[in-house]
Design a protein around this ligand. Sequence first.
Ligand code: ZN
Ligand code: ZN
Length: 558
Amino acid sequence: MKLTNEEIANRLMSLAQLLAARKENPFKIKAYRRAAKAISNMGESIDELVRNGDDLTQFPGIGEAIEAAIRELVSTGSLRRLEALRSDMSSEVVEISNYPQLDPRRVLRIFKKLGISTIEALKERLDAGEILREFGLRMEQHIRRGLADTRELLWYEAEKLVQNVEDYLVDRCGARHAEVVGQFRRRHETLTELSFLVEVDDFGSVVRKLRRYGGKADVVRAETDRASFRLASGVLLSVSAATRHDWGIRMIECTGSERHIAELQSRSPGLDTLRSSKAPFATEKSVYSAMGLLFIEPELREGNDEVARAATNDLPNLVTVEDIRGELHAHTVSSDGANSIEEMVEAARDRGLGYIGISDHSQSLKIAGGVSEDDLWEQIRYIDKLNERIEGIRILKGAEVDILQDGSLDYSESILKELDYTICSIHSRFGMNRSEQTERILRAMDNRYFNILGHPTGRLLLKRPGYEIDFERVIEHAQANRCHFELNSSPDRLDVSAANARHISAAGVGIVVTTDAHSTRELGYLRLGIDQARRAGLSKEKILNHLEWPALKRALRR
Ligand SMILES: [Zn+2]
Ligand SMILES: [Zn+2]
């Protein structure tokens, strides 16, 4: 029996899950998870590689111990270690471990409370809406995602897979050229499908080869010049063919949203006219130009106002990562971050930033190590000293201040006024109703030490929607009180959305793009937030932290 990469990855994930349930060595658990992820993304069949006697440790994430486990799995069909662990566990846990996206502890809690013991029963309760009623939206989303056949991805999660598929199309399928298009190219924050365009002589052979991606992929639909597949991991993949001559037209057709394409179609000449003219359009630029349009960046191709603006020479000059001068949302070991102030500061300086604001959690947020007032006083004095001896970057004294239930801020005025600025966020009571939640934020904005609304809607992509608020009223109130909005770059937040960023900016209210970094590595999330700002059509002037600190300080003054 041949195993797909996904089946191998799932066994390794199950092993990791059971080891975690027994609180075993976290490094080992992490190694299994990392290997599973890498294998799940790979195009070449691991099973075939093993049977050919190839060295698996050449692949990142696979060390000798894991290679041995994979060999055992391929040659015997099972893993002794996994079976031994399973025989030790209750039948519930064993069944749950067949669904590696599910968190066993959360599912066991549901089993217990609902008096059920099988995944089958869990599915029934999910469909009956019971999980939602009893455990809330976040839990429901988790279960739904864990049981789904088709998998949505965060943009950020798809990066490695996109690279692997592109390589596979060129190296294995004989494409002269392959490029990612669709939602991924538009930098959409979540993806229902990965799409590629290929230049190739024999499209049929591409389809045959892709059916072996990761060991086995199901064909969902196959036509003469396009096909789609469900990868073993549940990700939908579509591939379209183009020639050198119509490459530009096909790139545009496969990249833009339906609305964008419809807008182009309605122009004269439209896309169809250009295609039937048989004239060569090798680049996108040549296509747009034949329609009397400026080149439109992929991030803008959503069918908002970009076509009209391209026709009147009025496209925005989109912000870039290089335009950003400083970071304003960063955590340290003082709250729930992984690095010290010095480490965060050095990493920010290495990235060429001119300032970094330290914004640890405030006192009430106990689960995230919220900083007491006494400790914040100490941090303030410490940063003053550090600024005297550190060169090339300025450290700002900030805080991520909780907005409490009644709209008050989680520090006293006497300490708030010592800070350079505040980011004020909601971390509790997401369930308040729309008018209460809106009032809560408006009251918080009335505090003169409120500067920036942190992750303004509280959404977690593919996990939970934002809390209910009247966003228009919040924007109006921010405008009247010189408050600003955060665009949080954390890949599962990307909060605010591109659409909301458009509204905010159109109202003349400032946006800061921050990373909410909890480690030096996470300072690199900035490019994700910038992608989002670009999708909102924002130029650097609309982003407050494109300013150097003295100018930003003036802009934040209330
Ligand atoms: Zn936060
Ligand atoms: Zn934060």
